[in-house]
Ligand binder design. Structure first.
Ligand SMILES: Nc1ncnc2c1ncn2[C@@H]1O[C@H](COP(=O)(O)OP(=O)(O)O)[C@@H](O)[C@H]1O
Ligand SMILES: C[C@@](O)(CCOP(=O)(O)OP(=O)(O)O)CC(=O)O
Length: 483
């Protein structure tokens, strides 16, 4: 029988889901505790998972996954349904393994199978799945490719010359990452793509669908990394920019088991399990604020920083709680200033734009509160004052814990960035250390001047990324749309 092309299209759909990276602007460490919140900004750098039907003689029950940007990055798995209607899943022997991909496939497919007709599930598996995963160039340092092309890693223009999703010349184990949260964006895009491909979800617009993707991705990510973390990175990959308040870790603790019962897993991760108490309050940078990021050569091991800080917190609870509360209060002030600035721009856009254009001419240290009727100027001064306090408290935290959260070298660099006319904020994201810095500026001129400081910085090697702030969370990508 000849299959018509319409038939083929119906049986060979292409599903693409995409999820963003993140920058935790405030709330590092505190966000591990449900009492505090973190301000996480999504990035225009994103991960994409593409699922096609594998087809061919050997397709039956085969799931082939490729990450074309890496060496040794093809993995194969077999999946089928047992007589008792449970998922049988195993990796095929290969030169490498991928914990995040494997965990994602195993558990997402268990939940998918629980949620759909088993005959249809089998039909889709019968033809096999061909999965490709790519992440924007900014997720990785790209030092090798830039060097190969004879381009300076310190120049902002260099990355513009890379082809999209270029070869990293590395394995996933050896690649240098930039801290945008590759595993969370990968997990979220893969979970979403699987649910869409099997037809369990028809879109990613409804709140309940996002909740399901969040719960499953959060579980998979925790399982693959072997611990229940704060989860702000998965939350950003699902919801984009927001104020994050973590979930109670005891929701996941009982199901962190390789042999978890599928019904129990499905129930725990369901969109209507109201034990999930994470809070997502949408936020974005105020209008005309531009975020720029740089990768720092040195790098820090986040789990080591976190365990040292938590150890100190346990040993010195009184001092730690005092510091945490003070820092939490200033983090909240920064968030409130963002919201007030957004309202000010909505109320009177031209006054807002005019005030910001004037401020962009001067370094923030010279911004004066101005006349009492210039609300925008007052808010901007308050924002800079309160953010300066956030940095001071992080420096105190560094001194008290002995953990270089804002290391002295970074302090010097950030202070120079703050001295540029039009810079509003310059800080270390997330856990801090020697991984990355971000700046928020008001003009292209300020951006250019900050890039020059980075390029000429004699301390560590500072490599500017291309991505910007982008509040969008996980999305379905139309395969027919131009990229
Ligand atoms: N492009 C990719 N394709 C497949 N897996 C990826 C990709 N990028 C990252 N990963 C997965 O994420 C892991 C990295 O996770 P982790 O070290 O926690 O980094 P991050 O802090 O960026 O999330 C990799 O070992 C791999 O399992
Ligand atoms: C300390 C933290 O609160 C924030 C760490 O944020 P980063 O953005 O530095 O994270 P990585 O991408 O894992 O390096 C730990 C946490 O909340 O998980």
């Amino acid at each position: 029988m000849v299959t018509s092309s319409t038939d083929r299209q119906q049986r060979q759909p292409i599903t693409i889901a995409s999820a963003p990276g993140k920058v935790l602007v405030t709330g590092g460490y505190l966000v591990l505790d449900q009492q505090y919140t973190g301000l996480v900004i999504g990035t225009s750098a994103r991960f994409y998972t593409v699922i096609r039907t594998l087809g061919g003689d050997k397709a039956q029950g085969t799931i082939k996954v490729r990450s074309p940007q890496f060496n040794q990055a093809t993995w194969e798995y077999t999946a089928s349904v047992s007589q008792e209607n449970t998922l049988l899943f195993a990796p095929k022997p290969s030169e490498s393994s991928n914990k995040f991909v494997q965990t994602c496939l195993r558990f997402a497919l268990i939940v998918v199978l629980q949620s759909m007709d088993v005959t249809l599930f089998n039909q889709i598996l019968k033809e096999g799945l061909d999965i490709s995963i790519v992440g924007d160039n900014d997720f990785y340092s790209q030092r090798e490719e830039l060097e190969k092309l004879g381009l300076s890693i310190k120049k902002a223009s260099s990355r513009e010359q890379l082809t999209a999703f270029c070869d990293t010349h590395a394995t996933l184990g050896s690649v240098n990452k930039t801290g945008l949260g590759s595993s969370a964006a990968l997990t979220t895009s893969l979970v979403a793509a699987l649910f869409l491909h099997f037809g369990v979800l028809s879109d990613l617009d409804q709140e309940k669908n996002l909740t399901l993707v969040h719960n499953v991705a959060q579980f998979v990510h925790c399982f693959a990394q072997g611990k229940v973390g704060s989860g702000f990175d998965v939350s950003a990959a699902v919801y984009g920019s927001h104020r994050y308040q973590r979930f109670d870790p005891s929701i996941l603790a009982p199901i962190m088991d390789e042999n978890v019962d599928p019904t129990v897993l499905n129930k725990a991760l369901s969109h209507d399990n109201n034990r999930w108490d994470n809070k997502v309050l949408s936020i974005s940078l105020p209008p005309r604020f531009q975020m720029i990021l740089a990768d720092i050569d040195a790098g820090s091991h986040t789990p080591t920083l976190v365990s040292k800080v938590l150890k100190w917190h346990k040993e010195q609870p009184e001092k730690a709680n005092k510091l945490w509360n003070e820092l939490g209060a200033y983090n909240s002030k920064v968030e409130q200033h963002f919201r007030d600035l957004k309202s000010a721009s909505t109320n009177d856009e031209s006054a807002y734009t005019e005030s910001l254009a004037e401020l962009a001419q001067l370094p923030a240290s010279q911004w004066a509160k101005g006349s009492s009727d210039n609300k925008v100027q007052q808010l901007m001064v308050d924002l800079v004052t309160d953010f300066t306090k956030v940095r001071e408290l992080l420096q105190q935290m560094s001194a008290a814990t002995g953990v270089p959260i804002e290391p002295t070298e970074q302090t010097e660099l950030l202070d120079q960035c703050m001295a540029v006319p039009g810079t509003v904020m310059a800080g270390v994201p997330g856990a801090g250390g020697y991984d990355a810095i971000y700046c928020i500026v008001l003009s292209d001129e300020a951006k250019e001047s900050v890039h020059q400081i980075w390029e000429q910085w004699a301390g560590c090697s500072v490599s500017p990324l291309l991505c910007q702030a982008d509040s969008k969370g996980v999305t379905v990508v139309d395969p027919k749309a131009d990229s």
